[in-house]
Write a protein that binds this ligand. Structure first.
Ligand code: KPL
Length: 323
Protein backbone atom coordinates (compact mmCIF):
# COMPACT_ATOMS: atom_id res chain seq x y z
CA UNK A 1 0.00 0.00 0.00
CA UNK A 2 1.24 3.46 -0.82
CA UNK A 3 0.65 6.39 1.52
CA UNK A 4 1.63 9.92 0.51
CA UNK A 5 1.56 12.46 3.30
CA UNK A 6 1.32 16.16 2.49
CA UNK A 7 2.57 18.27 5.39
CA UNK A 8 5.64 17.92 7.60
CA UNK A 9 4.09 19.26 10.82
CA UNK A 10 3.50 17.16 13.94
CA UNK A 11 0.64 15.08 12.53
CA UNK A 12 2.27 14.68 9.12
CA UNK A 13 5.47 13.30 10.67
CA UNK A 14 3.51 11.05 13.04
CA UNK A 15 1.23 9.58 10.35
CA UNK A 16 4.10 9.15 7.87
CA UNK A 17 6.26 7.37 10.46
CA UNK A 18 3.40 5.14 11.64
CA UNK A 19 2.37 4.17 8.09
CA UNK A 20 6.00 3.33 7.24
CA UNK A 21 6.41 1.27 10.42
CA UNK A 22 3.18 -0.54 9.53
CA UNK A 23 4.60 -1.65 6.18
CA UNK A 24 3.30 0.99 3.76
CA UNK A 25 5.49 2.62 1.12
CA UNK A 26 5.56 6.22 2.27
CA UNK A 27 6.31 9.46 0.46
CA UNK A 28 6.28 12.65 2.50
CA UNK A 29 5.86 16.13 1.03
CA UNK A 30 7.04 19.05 3.12
CA UNK A 31 6.95 22.83 2.72
CA UNK A 32 10.72 23.16 2.31
CA UNK A 33 13.41 21.16 0.51
CA UNK A 34 15.61 21.46 3.65
CA UNK A 35 13.06 19.54 5.71
CA UNK A 36 12.65 16.89 2.99
CA UNK A 37 16.45 16.46 2.77
CA UNK A 38 16.76 16.17 6.55
CA UNK A 39 14.12 13.44 6.58
CA UNK A 40 15.86 11.55 3.77
CA UNK A 41 19.15 11.79 5.72
CA UNK A 42 17.98 10.88 9.20
CA UNK A 43 14.47 9.41 8.87
CA UNK A 44 11.69 10.47 11.24
CA UNK A 45 12.17 10.13 15.00
CA UNK A 46 9.07 9.50 17.11
CA UNK A 47 9.43 10.23 20.82
CA UNK A 48 6.88 8.76 23.21
CA UNK A 49 5.83 10.45 26.45
CA UNK A 50 8.76 8.87 28.33
CA UNK A 51 12.44 9.01 27.36
CA UNK A 52 12.57 5.25 26.77
CA UNK A 53 9.94 5.26 24.07
CA UNK A 54 11.88 6.52 21.08
CA UNK A 55 11.95 4.96 17.63
CA UNK A 56 12.93 6.11 14.18
CA UNK A 57 12.16 5.10 10.68
CA UNK A 58 13.65 6.17 7.39
CA UNK A 59 14.57 4.67 4.07
CA UNK A 60 13.67 2.17 2.66
CA UNK A 61 10.23 2.35 4.36
CA UNK A 62 10.06 6.07 3.67
CA UNK A 63 10.83 5.84 0.00
CA UNK A 64 11.08 9.58 -0.60
CA UNK A 65 10.59 13.00 0.92
CA UNK A 66 10.15 16.00 -1.33
CA UNK A 67 9.08 19.61 -1.19
CA UNK A 68 5.39 19.95 -2.05
CA UNK A 69 6.06 21.34 -5.53
CA UNK A 70 7.27 17.84 -6.48
CA UNK A 71 3.84 16.31 -5.74
CA UNK A 72 2.81 14.62 -8.97
CA UNK A 73 0.59 12.02 -10.55
CA UNK A 74 1.58 8.41 -9.95
CA UNK A 75 0.88 5.79 -12.57
CA UNK A 76 1.21 2.83 -10.17
CA UNK A 77 -1.04 1.61 -7.39
CA UNK A 78 -3.80 3.82 -5.93
CA UNK A 79 -2.59 6.04 -3.10
CA UNK A 80 -3.91 7.17 0.23
CA UNK A 81 -3.08 10.88 0.25
CA UNK A 82 -2.99 12.12 3.81
CA UNK A 83 -3.56 15.86 3.89
CA UNK A 84 -1.84 16.91 7.09
CA UNK A 85 -1.63 20.64 6.43
CA UNK A 86 -3.59 23.24 8.35
CA UNK A 87 -6.73 24.74 6.81
CA UNK A 88 -4.89 27.97 6.07
CA UNK A 89 -2.44 26.04 3.85
CA UNK A 90 -5.20 24.20 2.03
CA UNK A 91 -5.39 27.14 -0.34
CA UNK A 92 -6.19 27.58 -4.02
CA UNK A 93 -2.67 26.65 -5.14
CA UNK A 94 -2.60 23.38 -3.17
CA UNK A 95 -6.11 22.51 -4.35
CA UNK A 96 -5.06 23.19 -7.97
CA UNK A 97 -2.02 20.91 -7.45
CA UNK A 98 -4.32 18.17 -6.14
CA UNK A 99 -6.72 18.65 -9.06
CA UNK A 100 -3.84 18.22 -11.50
CA UNK A 101 -2.27 15.18 -9.85
CA UNK A 102 -4.78 13.13 -7.89
CA UNK A 103 -6.55 10.33 -9.80
CA UNK A 104 -10.03 8.93 -9.19
CA UNK A 105 -8.47 5.72 -7.79
CA UNK A 106 -6.61 7.67 -5.08
CA UNK A 107 -8.22 8.64 -1.75
CA UNK A 108 -7.84 11.80 0.27
CA UNK A 109 -7.61 11.55 4.05
CA UNK A 110 -8.11 15.01 5.58
CA UNK A 111 -6.81 15.75 9.07
CA UNK A 112 -7.84 19.43 9.34
CA UNK A 113 -9.52 21.08 12.31
CA UNK A 114 -12.65 23.12 11.68
CA UNK A 115 -15.18 22.79 8.87
CA UNK A 116 -15.63 23.71 5.22
CA UNK A 117 -12.61 21.88 3.77
CA UNK A 118 -14.37 18.60 2.93
CA UNK A 119 -17.01 20.43 0.89
CA UNK A 120 -14.28 22.47 -0.88
CA UNK A 121 -12.26 19.37 -1.74
CA UNK A 122 -15.28 17.33 -2.81
CA UNK A 123 -16.32 20.13 -5.14
CA UNK A 124 -12.81 20.51 -6.54
CA UNK A 125 -12.20 16.75 -6.96
CA UNK A 126 -15.65 15.27 -7.63
CA UNK A 127 -14.25 11.89 -8.77
CA UNK A 128 -12.02 11.31 -5.75
CA UNK A 129 -13.21 9.78 -2.46
CA UNK A 130 -12.62 12.41 0.23
CA UNK A 131 -12.45 11.15 3.81
CA UNK A 132 -12.76 13.43 6.83
CA UNK A 133 -10.56 12.37 9.74
CA UNK A 134 -11.00 13.46 13.34
CA UNK A 135 -8.05 12.73 15.57
CA UNK A 136 -7.32 13.07 19.25
CA UNK A 137 -3.64 12.10 18.86
CA UNK A 138 -1.52 14.55 20.84
CA UNK A 139 1.58 15.40 18.82
CA UNK A 140 4.13 18.21 18.84
CA UNK A 141 6.89 18.73 16.28
CA UNK A 142 10.28 18.83 17.97
CA UNK A 143 12.32 19.63 14.88
CA UNK A 144 12.23 19.11 11.12
CA UNK A 145 12.44 15.33 11.49
CA UNK A 146 11.29 14.61 15.06
CA UNK A 147 7.87 14.50 16.66
CA UNK A 148 6.75 14.05 20.25
CA UNK A 149 3.78 11.70 20.46
CA UNK A 150 2.74 13.09 23.82
CA UNK A 151 -0.78 11.76 24.11
CA UNK A 152 -2.03 8.51 22.65
CA UNK A 153 -5.43 9.16 21.14
CA UNK A 154 -7.43 7.70 18.29
CA UNK A 155 -8.60 8.69 14.84
CA UNK A 156 -11.99 8.23 13.21
CA UNK A 157 -12.34 8.60 9.47
CA UNK A 158 -15.24 8.41 7.09
CA UNK A 159 -17.05 10.11 4.26
CA UNK A 160 -19.70 12.75 4.63
CA UNK A 161 -23.15 11.63 3.55
CA UNK A 162 -24.49 11.57 0.92
CA UNK A 163 -21.23 11.43 -1.07
CA UNK A 164 -20.64 7.65 -1.18
CA UNK A 165 -23.20 6.04 1.13
CA UNK A 166 -21.92 2.54 0.38
CA UNK A 167 -18.22 2.01 -0.23
CA UNK A 168 -17.22 -0.45 -2.94
CA UNK A 169 -15.50 -3.70 -1.93
CA UNK A 170 -12.20 -2.21 -3.17
CA UNK A 171 -12.78 0.85 -1.07
CA UNK A 172 -13.52 -1.18 2.03
CA UNK A 173 -10.38 -3.20 1.43
CA UNK A 174 -8.31 -0.01 1.16
CA UNK A 175 -9.84 1.32 4.39
CA UNK A 176 -8.98 -1.94 6.19
CA UNK A 177 -5.40 -1.87 4.92
CA UNK A 178 -4.92 1.68 6.16
CA UNK A 179 -6.36 0.82 9.58
CA UNK A 180 -4.03 -2.17 9.78
CA UNK A 181 -0.86 -0.36 8.70
CA UNK A 182 -1.38 2.60 11.01
CA UNK A 183 -2.35 0.21 13.82
CA UNK A 184 0.96 -1.64 13.41
CA UNK A 185 2.62 1.74 13.51
CA UNK A 186 1.02 2.51 16.88
CA UNK A 187 -1.99 4.63 15.88
CA UNK A 188 -5.51 3.56 16.60
CA UNK A 189 -7.78 4.18 13.61
CA UNK A 190 -11.40 3.26 12.90
CA UNK A 191 -13.85 3.86 10.08
CA UNK A 192 -16.92 5.81 11.16
CA UNK A 193 -20.31 6.03 9.48
CA UNK A 194 -21.01 9.08 11.60
CA UNK A 195 -17.98 11.17 10.91
CA UNK A 196 -20.08 14.34 10.59
CA UNK A 197 -21.13 14.24 14.23
CA UNK A 198 -17.51 13.57 15.27
CA UNK A 199 -16.48 16.63 13.26
CA UNK A 200 -19.10 18.81 14.94
CA UNK A 201 -18.05 17.55 18.36
CA UNK A 202 -14.42 18.44 17.58
CA UNK A 203 -15.49 21.79 16.11
CA UNK A 204 -17.27 22.63 19.35
CA UNK A 205 -14.24 21.65 21.45
CA UNK A 206 -11.91 23.73 19.27
CA UNK A 207 -14.33 26.67 19.05
CA UNK A 208 -14.44 26.92 22.85
CA UNK A 209 -10.89 26.03 23.91
CA UNK A 210 -8.78 27.48 21.11
CA UNK A 211 -9.85 31.15 20.94
CA UNK A 212 -10.15 31.54 24.71
CA UNK A 213 -6.72 30.04 25.44
CA UNK A 214 -5.24 32.14 22.60
CA UNK A 215 -6.77 35.39 23.87
CA UNK A 216 -5.97 34.76 27.53
CA UNK A 217 -2.57 33.16 26.75
CA UNK A 218 -3.15 30.18 29.02
CA UNK A 219 -2.79 26.40 28.82
CA UNK A 220 -5.98 24.37 28.28
CA UNK A 221 -6.29 23.30 31.93
CA UNK A 222 -6.16 26.88 33.18
CA UNK A 223 -9.57 27.49 31.59
CA UNK A 224 -11.05 25.59 34.53
CA UNK A 225 -9.17 27.52 37.21
CA UNK A 226 -11.60 30.44 37.49
CA UNK A 227 -15.39 30.65 37.62
CA UNK A 228 -15.49 33.59 35.17
CA UNK A 229 -13.54 31.57 32.61
CA UNK A 230 -15.93 28.64 32.93
CA UNK A 231 -18.90 31.03 32.57
CA UNK A 232 -17.40 32.41 29.37
CA UNK A 233 -16.75 28.90 28.05
CA UNK A 234 -20.39 28.12 28.79
CA UNK A 235 -21.57 31.16 26.81
CA UNK A 236 -19.59 30.00 23.74
CA UNK A 237 -20.80 26.42 24.24
CA UNK A 238 -24.47 27.46 24.58
CA UNK A 239 -24.37 29.57 21.45
CA UNK A 240 -22.88 26.70 19.44
CA UNK A 241 -25.47 24.26 20.79
CA UNK A 242 -28.28 26.64 19.74
CA UNK A 243 -26.78 26.90 16.26
CA UNK A 244 -26.38 23.13 16.00
CA UNK A 245 -30.00 22.67 17.00
CA UNK A 246 -31.13 25.20 14.33
CA UNK A 247 -28.99 23.38 11.75
CA UNK A 248 -30.53 20.01 12.65
CA UNK A 249 -27.30 18.64 14.17
CA UNK A 250 -28.07 16.25 17.01
CA UNK A 251 -25.61 17.32 19.66
CA UNK A 252 -26.11 15.92 23.18
CA UNK A 253 -25.75 18.19 26.25
CA UNK A 254 -23.18 15.67 27.59
CA UNK A 255 -20.70 17.42 25.25
CA UNK A 256 -20.29 20.03 28.01
CA UNK A 257 -18.84 17.37 30.33
CA UNK A 258 -16.74 16.04 27.46
CA UNK A 259 -15.40 19.53 26.82
CA UNK A 260 -14.37 19.86 30.46
CA UNK A 261 -12.71 16.41 30.26
CA UNK A 262 -10.68 17.50 27.21
CA UNK A 263 -9.46 20.53 29.20
CA UNK A 264 -8.39 18.22 32.03
CA UNK A 265 -6.81 15.59 29.75
CA UNK A 266 -4.85 18.25 27.82
CA UNK A 267 -4.30 20.48 30.86
CA UNK A 268 -0.66 21.24 30.04
CA UNK A 269 -1.18 21.69 26.30
CA UNK A 270 -0.97 25.03 24.63
CA UNK A 271 -3.79 24.95 22.08
CA UNK A 272 -2.81 25.08 18.42
CA UNK A 273 -4.37 28.57 18.21
CA UNK A 274 -2.33 29.83 21.15
CA UNK A 275 0.78 28.46 19.43
CA UNK A 276 -0.11 30.18 16.14
CA UNK A 277 -0.82 33.48 17.86
CA UNK A 278 2.43 33.28 19.87
CA UNK A 279 4.41 32.75 16.67
CA UNK A 280 2.61 35.64 14.95
CA UNK A 281 1.10 33.18 12.45
CA UNK A 282 -2.38 33.26 11.04
CA UNK A 283 -4.70 30.99 13.03
CA UNK A 284 -7.47 28.61 11.97
CA UNK A 285 -10.13 30.91 13.47
CA UNK A 286 -11.75 31.41 10.06
CA UNK A 287 -12.58 27.67 9.91
CA UNK A 288 -13.35 27.24 13.62
CA UNK A 289 -15.16 30.31 15.06
CA UNK A 290 -15.78 31.47 11.46
CA UNK A 291 -17.08 27.98 10.62
CA UNK A 292 -19.60 28.27 13.45
CA UNK A 293 -20.70 31.70 12.18
CA UNK A 294 -21.21 30.35 8.66
CA UNK A 295 -23.21 27.43 9.97
CA UNK A 296 -25.42 29.89 11.89
CA UNK A 297 -25.87 32.12 8.85
CA UNK A 298 -26.89 29.15 6.71
CA UNK A 299 -29.79 28.55 9.14
CA UNK A 300 -30.70 32.26 9.12
CA UNK A 301 -29.19 32.79 12.61
CA UNK A 302 -26.51 35.04 14.07
CA UNK A 303 -23.59 33.91 16.25
CA UNK A 304 -22.46 37.11 18.00
CA UNK A 305 -20.22 35.42 20.58
CA UNK A 306 -18.34 33.32 18.01
CA UNK A 307 -18.26 36.21 15.55
CA UNK A 308 -16.65 38.42 18.21
CA UNK A 309 -14.09 35.74 19.08
CA UNK A 310 -13.26 35.38 15.39
CA UNK A 311 -12.74 39.14 14.97
CA UNK A 312 -10.62 39.37 18.13
CA UNK A 313 -8.39 36.48 17.11
CA UNK A 314 -8.01 37.67 13.51
CA UNK A 315 -7.12 41.11 14.82
CA UNK A 316 -4.44 39.83 17.22
CA UNK A 317 -1.69 39.54 14.64
CA UNK A 318 -3.13 41.98 12.16
CA UNK A 319 -5.02 39.34 10.13
CA UNK A 320 -8.13 41.34 9.42
CA UNK A 321 -9.01 39.95 5.98
CA UNK A 322 -12.73 39.59 6.55
CA UNK A 323 -13.36 42.50 8.92
O1 KPL B 1 -7.29 20.20 19.22
C1 KPL B 1 -6.84 20.94 20.06
C2 KPL B 1 -6.03 22.09 19.58
O2 KPL B 1 -5.25 22.66 20.32
O3 KPL B 1 -6.18 22.43 18.38
C3 KPL B 1 -7.18 20.75 21.52
C4 KPL B 1 -8.12 19.57 21.66
C5 KPL B 1 -7.83 21.97 22.06
C6 KPL B 1 -5.98 20.37 22.32
O4 KPL B 1 -5.10 21.41 22.53
Amino acid sequence: MRVEVIGGGALGLLFAAAAAKGGAEVVLYTRTTEQANKIMDSGIQVNGPTEKEVWSIGSPAIIAAHAIDRFSEEKGQPRWIVLAVKQKHLDASLIARLQANVRAEDRLFCLQNGVGHIERLTEALPEVPVYAAVTTEGARRLDAAAVLHAGKGSTLFGRLAPAWPKPSAKQEQAEKMLVKALGLGGLSLAVSNEIEIAMYRKLLINAVINPLTALWKIENGALLEKEERIRFMRAVFDEIMTIYSAAGIEAPMTWWEELLSVCRATAHNRSSMLEDVSRGDRTEAAWISGGVVELANRSGKQAPVNQTLFYLIEGLNGWTSRI
